[in-house]
Design a protein around this ligand. Structure first.
Ligand SMILES: Cc1ncc(COP(=O)(O)O)c(C=O)c1O
Length: 384
């Protein structure tokens, strides 16, 4: 049976995107590669909602390398505020703990999000050089209202960094209008390309900070070392700092072509329709969702709380039924996650809920059997 992948990344990769990486004898200085690189840089501006004022970066690694590269904007002793709604917000703390900076973390109760007023209160009390936010916290599926938070704190902090690993390509992202200094992501989630790339856009202020100082960053993830490569490649001139993941960049270029063809607004809408239908199905079954506040439901990830069934058993049974979901990673909940991002379709919502209904009934979870798929259908037909 062909498997449907409703995971939190890597997500389904379209054949055209996979095939774009099957390019033989392509050097990193070749015309084809420089063109693809330059195309991806421009595409990042498109999906992250910024103009030419912002400088895009493509670096090897993924979300975590993009996160750690933020040390390029910090000096010893700088104060950093981390707004963490879960495991990936906490990752910022793990990273910065390795460096000579002062870190404070703001956390809500599990499943909730830190409110804009709460972030404002924290930055009024103390002078922070940099604040990190997570647009969609993948461990809980909770979305932070970035625009509102930035509105509240802009005048108190120098640099605002947003982790958009689980939002770019699926949520509305307007990094420039929202006045965000760094918006970062990775290739393997809602952009629907293979894993391997950390992606960032930096505001003029972030670039000025980067260029003006000796930061605490190391060598490989120091954006100052990558900056000349980005500038040169965009002008069509090959440049080298360290070998780029050539084939993944070719694949991301293809994914971005497909995204532009679909149109980013249409893409966000599609994600919202599918996510809404999946949640309608879960709620009709009587299941609880990890994200506690409806305004924080995301377009990309939904955590499903289990009362009786063991999450590992649910995952293995659903794989046997042809759908792969993701395990839960937040210690406060007994749950599994549905990743609904990338190339998901409304039909995937029907299949997901149908499989969940059958498997949970078999495993003795109290559900209103038969109500889930019906609610998905209602949700999908009213969304049209
Ligand atoms: C919100 C968020 N940030 C950061 C990361 C880390 O990205 P990566 O695993 O690509 O290093 C992830 C990974 O799932 C994530 O979901």
């Amino acid at each position: 049976m062909d498997k449907i992948l409703l995971h939190v990344g890597p997500t389904t990769i379209k054949e055209d995107v996979l095939i774009a990486g099957l390019e033989n004898n392509i050097g990193f200085t070749s015309k084809e590669f420089v063109e693809a690189f330059s195309y991806v840089l421009k595409g990042l501006r498109y999906v992250m909602g910024v103009s030419k004022n912002y400088q895009p970066f493509i670096i090897p690694g993924g979300g975590t390398s993009a996160m750690e590269s933020i040390t390029s904007l910090l000096k010893p002793g700088d104060k950093v505020l981390i707004v963490s709604n879960g495991v990936f917000g906490d990752r910022w703390e793990q990273i910065f703990k390795r460096y000579p900076v002062n870190v404070k973390v703001l956390r809500p109760s599990p499943g909730y999000y830190v409110k804009p007023e709460e972030v404002e209160e924290a930055v009024r009390k103390e002078n922070y050089k940099l604040v990190t936010l997570t647009h969609v916290e993948t461990s809980t599926g909770v979305r932070e209202p970035i625009k509102d938070v930035v509105n509240n704190i802009r005048k108190y902090v120098e640099l605002i960094v947003v982790d958009g690993v689980s939002s770019v390509g699926a949520e509305e992202v307007k990094a420039e209008d929202w006045n965000v200094d760094v918006y970062l992501s990775a290739s393997q989630k809602a952009l629907g390309a293979p894993a391997g790339l950390g992606l960032l856009v930096l505001s003029p202020k972030a670039i000025a900070t980067l260029e003006s100082q000796d930061s605490i960053a190391g060598y490989y993830l120091n954006l100052k070392n990558w900056l000349p490569v980005m500038r040169s490649m965009e002008e069509g001139k090959a440049a080298y700092f360290a070998t780029p993941p050539v084939h993944v960049i070719l694949q991301l270029a293809e994914a971005l072509k497909l995204i532009e063809k679909e149109g980013i607004e249409n893409r966000v809408k599609r994600h919202s329709v599918v996510a809404g239908a999946i949640r309608a199905g879960l709620e009709a079954l009587g299941l609880e969702i990890v994200a506690r506040k409806p305004e924080s439901y995301s377009n990309t990830v939904t955590g499903v709380v289990l009362k009786v069934a063991e999450p590992q058993k649910v995952l293995s049974e659903t794989v046997n039924e042809g759908v792969e979901f993701a395990p839960g990673v937040h210690p406060a909940f007994k749950y599994f996650r549905i990743g609904h991002m990338g190339w998901v379709t409304p039909n995937d919502a029907v299949v997901a809920i149908s499989v969940i209904e059958r498997v949970l009934r078999k495993l003795g979870e109290p559900i209103k059997f038969g109500e889930g798929v019906k609610a998905v259908q209602e949700s999908l037909s009213s969304a049209r």
